[in-house]
Design a protein around this ligand. Structure first.
Ligand code: IYR
Length: 222
């Protein structure tokens, strides 16, 4: 048992209502501009930006503040190639046989297929791992709580931070993706959660026409 230590809340800022409304509207406008990109440029992107965005991700609320995540930033072309080849092998199995027709139908408007050149083109792949349990200094298992929720929230922060900084992202989930443990040499307590492709969009990048649900469809006030 550790006794809690409290300090005054110092970072919180209250805004006048009009300013709050303006800020909320501006943030929504900023976020709705974000699109998942599948055509990436090979232009290098600043590492310092990636580092700041990872720090922002690391501020996410999480179970017992055990911060059960690990971000592996891949830049090395040979490693990106290995990831591409392994991901495409899984994706081929997915598109050719593993995915039920209903799933393929649900995806068809996105125009995705088993070819994943962006895994080599984009300057960064951030492999996000969820730590199902931690290990203390003596190598004993430390239980982690709400791991998927925690890593999901941190990933959301990361995507928002990268977009805010001016980089494009793609949330890629080859399934299964345990090949990431082998290629990136991660221990058994780390489970691949998502592969985030990060960089500048290609000059001729296109995105599918999609709609977002309206407020009435996504929320109820009771
Ligand atoms: N993982 C595959 C299939 C895929 C699945 C969903 I759900 C998507 O929203 C998009 C793609 C792929 O990356 O192609």
């Amino acid at each position: 048992m550790t006794q809690p230590v409290y300090i005054p809340l110092s970072g919180y800022r209250e805004y006048p209502v009009e300013e709050m409304e303006r800020r909320a509207a501006e943030f929504y406008a900023e976020m709705r501009r974000r699109r998942t990109v599948r055509d990436f440029s090979d232009r290098p992107a600043p590492r310092a930006v990636i580092e700041q965005c990872l720090l922002a991700a690391g501020t996410a609320p999480n179970g017992a503040n055990l911060q059960p995540w690990r971000f592996v930033v891949v830049q090395d072309p040979a490693t990106k190639r290995r990831i591409r080849l392994a991901a495409e092998a899984e994706e081929r199995a997915f598109y050719e046989s593993r995915a039920p027709q209903e799933w393929l139908d649900a995806l068809s408007h996105l125009g995705t297929d088993a070819s994943k050149p962006f895994l080599e083109t984009a300057p960064y792949l951030i492999a996000i791992f969820a730590q199902s349990y931690g290990l203390d200094a003596e190598g004993r298992k430390v239980k982690h709580y709400y791991v998927s929720e925690s890593v999901g929230i941190a990933t959301g922060f990361l995507i928002a931070a990268l977009h805010h900084a001016g980089l494009a992202t793609l949330t890629h989930t080859p399934s299964p993706m345990h090949f990431l443990n082998e290629i990136l040499d991660r221990p058994p307590n780390e489970r691949p959660f998502l592969l985030l492709v990060v960089g500048y969009p290609a000059d001729d990048a296109t995105v599918p026409v999609i709609e977002k649900k309206g407020l009435d469809e996504i929320a109820v006030f009771v």
